[in-house]
Write a protein that binds this ligand. Structure first.
Ligand code: ADP
Length: 743
């Protein structure tokens, strides 16, 4: 089927044709034949890069252009939301029926807002969590949504993020029973179950635009699924590195999945020695530039130093311990072909689109603290393998598992390569997860009595797979808990939320977190300090990531605990007398200590060395703390603890910026982060007023400031700069050399 044959407006076809697409791929034809453009619900389960996005785009634009419809595009990750938002931006020159240009919006942050402004957009891209929070705020435009696209719907299988997605879909259908649903999925074995749940057609296929050859590397031989075999030259004794070198020799790029972050770094280090010989001069220059950019982005740590070093050789590593700006830089440079070999943890497999000619799955076992090593699922394997083969560049892609022995090779062949991906299951039926969804169902007015609640849960994928009667006991227990904690009230058989309950639901926190915060705010420890507040948030189940104490740290953590005993919100010995959860307690105290070190301006490198908390984790920790502190401030307002609000607000700002109190005013200036703020402060510029009145030369002289930034902050502080001086500085060498990126 040709693009011009599609039943969509001509100017839409023109834009698609201008991107080089002339004919539809087979799964796309199947989707069209299934009636997706006529409003039928559809589950489209096909491999990465088989063109699912185009179907979503066609469907979305048809809704907007032909009937002024409104589209919600759901993704599981912020990075994916950005990717899709950019995909849709190419259509903003098109118009709706009423002549207005199409508006595309994105919203992924701030869970405590109904974002009324989003109502102005036709296509709205969000994460599943953001959509859930919008539904809790009853954003009124949500009932106008005519099409919801659920990208990566197999995420339903994820214990943490899956339930949110099924709740969001069930709620949207409740709000608007006529809503069209388009669910996109990797290949799974029970796509038909999801389709039945959603009353949808189903298209399942293994078709790929670039053929995929799957195989196993044993010693220096590759055994392919199709029976072929290949010997690889041996530059390194019995190592998958030989395969990497083979692919590089043939002009390809390699993506290698490792089981742990540490392995990804060690392997990158080892690979760098060999890969550097394959780099041409112009690429070498680009790599050097990238390497410098890595060092200049954010604070220097031993991780960023290692990253910049291996990048010089054409190799990089990618994992959740890196800052997001480093990850984006690496993704971009791998896509541009500058980085030749990328080692990564499995999180990359479900992230942004990043194909390579060859994918090597170095470890089919993955390590998770607390669980140890376990084999990855077939679904995960398929997603990693699916990254092989770059459209437009490669004739075929290769996905290779690494085995040590022939027996292991056989095992991998049977259990991954020819195996069918698992069924996916609803993960909703767990008390911890259900708690917050039961509250939000009541608080946002989606149910008014117990029966309504069960009816709602029957509409979820859980309800489809198991029936709500299985979680009846859990739901009853949760309602009782919410009643006892005064989040809901009961009159006859009517259940409604109290102000407290409604606010907790909107704040998007676990009701248990709310109880911990409420009690800490009213009971207050003997000495109520920043440590108390940090402990209050670290004690909640919403704090993420959960830190774990290393054995060598235990003495120090206990000492810290002892020194701050009067400031903690719980008496550990009383509460954890049996020491059963002692490791959790230590982890919690460690989180307090890490956050405290952060606001005491310990450098990211010090935090990494002392606690082994990597920059990416530190960022997530501060993000959780900020969200919980914000929620605490809101609850303090509601519960009559106004005296605490300034203190919580100040701590929020300190956690956001990672600074002592005295720097709070300086870091409000654009381009001034914690490092430069401290340098300015120590050079005698302590307030905005000081910057305003400072002679420009003095500011320029401050290390790490430079001309551009000096001018910028002086202007922002309200200072004036004479025109001739401005011109003079702009011509100086200092101006050309200075940068304004924040750190
Ligand atoms: P998926 O969403 O299934 O992972 P994408 O929609 O991202 O896959 O498609 C992968 C690539 O294939 C994109 O670059 C897209 O532009 C291109 N593509 C999609 N459909 C076609 C087609 N019919 N012909 C040629 N290229 C296509």
């Amino acid at each position: 089927m040709k693009i011009w044959q599609l039943p969509v407006p001509d100017n839409l076809k023109e834009i698609i044709a201008s991107t080089g697409i002339e004919e539809l791929y087979p799964p796309q034809i199947d989707a069209i034949n299934a009636g997706v453009l006529e409003g039928r619900n559809l589950v489209l389960a096909s491999p990465t890069a088989s063109g699912k996005t185009l179907i979503a785009e066609l469907c979305a634009l048809k809704h907007v252009m032909e009937r002024n419809g409104k589209i919600l595009y759901l993704t599981p990750l912020r990075a994916l939301a950005n990717e899709k938002y950019n995909d849709f931006m190419k259509y903003t020159q098109l118009r709706r029926r009423d002549g207005r240009r199409i508006r595309v919006g994105i919203s992924t942050g701030d869970y405590d807002s109904s974002d009324a402004w989003l109502g102005r957009y036709d296509i709205i891209v969000t994460t599943n969590e953001k959509a859930d929070s919008l539904l809790r705020h009853r954003a009124d435009w949500m009932s106008d949504i005519s099409l919801v696209v659920a990208d990566e719907i197999h995420v339903i299988n994820d214990a943490e993020r899956g339930p949110t997605l099924e709740i969001v879909l069930a709620r949207l259908r409740q709000l608007n029973p006529k809503i069209q649903i388009l669910a996109l999925s990797a290949t799974i074995s029970n796509a038909n179950e999801i389709a039945e749940w959603l009353n949808a057609e189903v298209v399942t296929t293994d078709w790929r635009p670039i053929p995929l050859r799957e195989g196993v590397i044993v010693k220096n031989e590759i055994m392919f699924k199709d029976g072929g075999a290949m010997r690889i030259g041996e530059a390194v004794s019995k190592s998958p590195i030989n395969v990497v070198l083979y692919v590089l020799k043939n002009g390809g790029q390699v993506l290698i999945f490792t089981g742990t972050r540490k392995k990804s770094m060690n392997l990158a280090k080892k690979l760098a020695e060999y890969v550097k010989d394959f780099i041409s001069k112009p690429v070498k220059r680009a790599l050097l530039e990238l390497s410098n950019k890595i060092l200049a982005t954010g604070e220097r740590t031993k991780i960023s130093e290692l990253l910049s070093k291996v990048i010089e050789c054409g190799v990089a590593f990618h994992h959740a311990g890196l800052t997001s700006s480093h990850r984006r830089l690496i993704e971009e440079s791998f896509r541009n072909g500058i980085i030749k070999v990328l080692t990564a943890t499995p999180t990359l497999a479900s992230g942004v689109n990043l194909p390579a000619r060859t994918v090597i799955i170095h470890d089919y076992r993955r390590y998770e603290p607390g669980y140890g090593y376990y084999p990855i699922s077939i679904l995960e394997y398929k997603q990693m393998a699916g990254r092989a083969g770059r459209p437009r560049f490669d004739k075929e892609g290769e996905a290779l598992l690494v085995a040590k022995t022939d027996e292991e090779a056989e095992y991998l062949l049977q259990n991954y390569i020819i195996a069918k991906p698992e069924r996916i299951w609803s993960r909703l039926g767990v008390e911890r997860i259900l708690r917050s969804h039961v509250l939000s169902t009541i608080a946002a007015g989606y149910a008014y009595n117990e029966n309504d609640i069960y009816n709602f849960f029957d509409k979820t994928f859980y309800g489809y797979q198991f029936s709500s009667s299985l979680i009846k006991g859990t739901i009853e227990k949760i309602i009782l808990f919410l009643y006892e904690e005064e989040m809901v009230s009961v009159k006859g058989n009517i259940i409604s939320a109290t102000n407290f309950g409604r606010r907790v639901s909107e704040l998007y926190i676990d009701p248990v977190s709310a109880v911990i915060i409420r009690d800490a705010l009213s009971l207050r420890p003997a000495k109520f300090t920043e440590i108390s507040l940090l402990h209050m948030v670290s004690h909640t189940p919403d704090m993420y990531p959960r830190l774990r104490p290393y054995r060598r740290e235990i003495d120090d953590i206990e000492l810290f605990m002892e020194q701050h005993r009067e400031e903690f919100i719980t008496d550990f010995l009383e509460e954890y007398g049996d020491y059963l959860d002692y490791e959790d307690v230590l982890g919690e105290v460690k989180a307090v200590w890490v956050l405290y070190s952060w606001i005491e301006e310990r450098s990211e490198d010090e935090i990494l060395n002392r606690f082994n908390v990597q920059p990416g984790d530190l960022f997530r920790l501060t993000e959780s703390a900020k969200w919980l502190l914000y929620s605490s401030k809101e609850l303090a307002k509601l519960l009559g603890h106004r005296d605490l609000i300034p203190k919580i607000r100040e701590l929020y700002e300190r956690v956001e910026k990672g600074v002592e109190k005295e720097l709070l005013s300086l870091v409000k200036l654009k381009g001034i982060g914690r490092v430069r703020g401290r340098i300015l402060y120590n050079a005698g510029f302590r307030t905005i007023e000081d910057i305003k009145n400072a002679p420009l030369e003095k500011l320029i002289e401050v290390p790490n400031i430079g001309a551009k930034l000096a001018m910028q902050i002086k202007e922002e502080a309200g200072g004036t700069i004479k025109r001739d001086r401005w011109e003079r500085i702009k011509r100086s060498k200092d101006w050309r050399q200075s940068a304004v990126s924040e750190f």
